[in-house]
Design a protein around this ligand. Structure first.
Ligand SMILES: [Mg+2]
Length: 175
């Protein structure tokens, strides 16, 4: 039987990354997107890598986040913009398979069992190509898990971030 191949594609720090496209000067600073930046009870919706390193967590209050990271830059969300990038990115995915299953605004599974050979020499090479195309088209990075089922593909996309491909095969999945 032909091996099934599933890619799980996950945008890295999606809301924060989209906001930073418009604010490149903030890229090295700690940045979070939050519900109501004026209120210390507002909730952190997303954070960039520098903020994550200082322990800022999604769903905590601004007040909690600021204790860990006093210089945290707070930006309001632009949900229409997130939907726009969601559409651009999923249109790229659809070039490579008609079996795209969105899981959330920034994560999708792609079943490429019947199509990867048309494009690349391996499913992981196709994952690399998707990363490059998403980055070229949007300036955003994705992490891609490549595996023989959806669960391991999702574990794979979580394993290495940002902008990485992780292959979980029948040979290495036990590790
Ligand atoms: Mg994500």
């Amino acid at each position: 039987m032909e091996e099934r191949w599933v890619l799980h594609c996950d945008c890295n720090s999606f809301y924060a990354s989209v906001e930073l496209l418009a604010h490149p000067e903030l890229r090295q600073k700690c940045v979070a997107v939050c519900g109501d930046p004026e209120s210390r009870h507002g909730i952190i919706l997303a954070k960039n890598e520098p903020a994550k390193k200082l322990g800022v967590k999604t769903a905590e209050t601004i007040w909690q986040a600021k204790r860990k990271c006093p210089d945290l830059v707070l930006l309001p969300p632009h949900r229409e913009l997130y939907r726009k990038y969601y559409r651009i990115i999923n249109t790229i995915y659809q070039r490579y398979t008609d079996r795209v299953e969105p899981f959330s605004i920034d994560e999708s599974w792609l079943d490429v069992t019947g199509s990867w050979q048309l494009f690349e020499k391996s499913p992981a090479a196709l994952a690399d190509r998707l990363r490059a195309e998403v980055k070229a088209a949007t300036g955003l990075t994705i992490s891609v898990g490549v595996s023989f089922n959806k669960v391991f593909a999702k574990l794979g996309s979580d394993y290495k971030k940002p902008d990485a491909t992780t292959l979980i095969s029948r040979q290495n999945y036990k590790d």
